[in-house]
Unconditional design. Sequence first.
Length: 404
Amino acid sequence: MQLHLPTIFVVSQLISLACGLVFLLGPRTTKSPFYVWFAGAFLSAPCATVFYLLAERGEEWLWTYPAGNAIATLAIALIWVGARSVNGRSLPLRTAFLVPAVIMVAVWMTATPNGQWTGALPFFLSFSAFSALAGLEFARGGIDEPSPVHARVLTVACAINSGWFLVRAVGLVVLGTDHPVFLSVLGAENAATMLTVMIVVASLGLSAIAKERALRTAHRLATEDPLTGLLNRREFTRRAEELSASAGGRQNDYAVLLFDLDHFKSINDTYGHMVGDEVLEAFARVARRALREGDLLCRYGGEEFAALLPGATADGALRVADRIHRGLATSVEPVFSRVRPTTSIGVASVRSAEIPLGALLRRADVALYRAKEEGRNRTVVFDDTSLQATGTFRTGAGAHQASA
């Protein structure tokens, strides 16, 4: 069956046009700019087809083949840019726009007119390279989160596309454009058919990624503090209740730490709220490094933070608190060159089959209040047996016990 090339082009590009308009004008579930880049990719493909169809009008229009190739290369380059945008990485816009333009100009200036194959070799190679880059980007995932599930489909599609165009480049060099195998297997009709399939796969995959990314963003907004990236208070409580439910009646050790950054209002008043925010972010990083895997850490409100340590005794919680004190005193955080914060810490621990989180937090709060009363920049442990606060606090390089 003979495939009609213009018909294939028109069908594929109508699909691409529709997808581009959906990404450009449809409802957006996130402010990420990847919608724009994917829309640009899909809308570039029909523009390339216009140039290919113009070339069918006669020899005086052969210059439009390299122009169409450049726009088609730009389309796959924008898919790569969009993938990097999805993953939260820098956008290589200069490379994406300059490479197709440079190749197009170079072909116009140096290539001998060869019908639809004018400038085909650099087009095949650049298209293969950008497809490979897009596939690698979909596979590697984001900076702070794993690759979306649907990105695997696009990784495979980009790999197939890259391999196909690389094989076409090799076939062009080895066989030549007049060889029957090249024309029947690697020719324009099969390439257009594959392009149509890839457009459909890409449209479905990219739409799924956009939805998955939106769901992840919504979940992050619902569970994390937007400034520090720590759990918010509600998610902290929910996860603590899950730990309690999973205990299954077993007696387990639990410890809660409440942190309050000392004189934080003074930091805001002296240095401004932007520096205050940087201090909160820096404290979150220091606390994360001090905690163990599996511990829960949240921003409890304002300059207060809370941590739940499953399996930790009061002594274990004290060691964690000491690491945080030392971290604040020694860490090389950029904002610490301007202001070196300290924190008061209240600790409460229990051995129970369930986590009485509310009671633990109240006891930790009593200990925290005592730590601030005694001069701040120290850790106080609530003594469960005598219902009083006893604790340790750092003075210089040493520490000693204090009791009510």
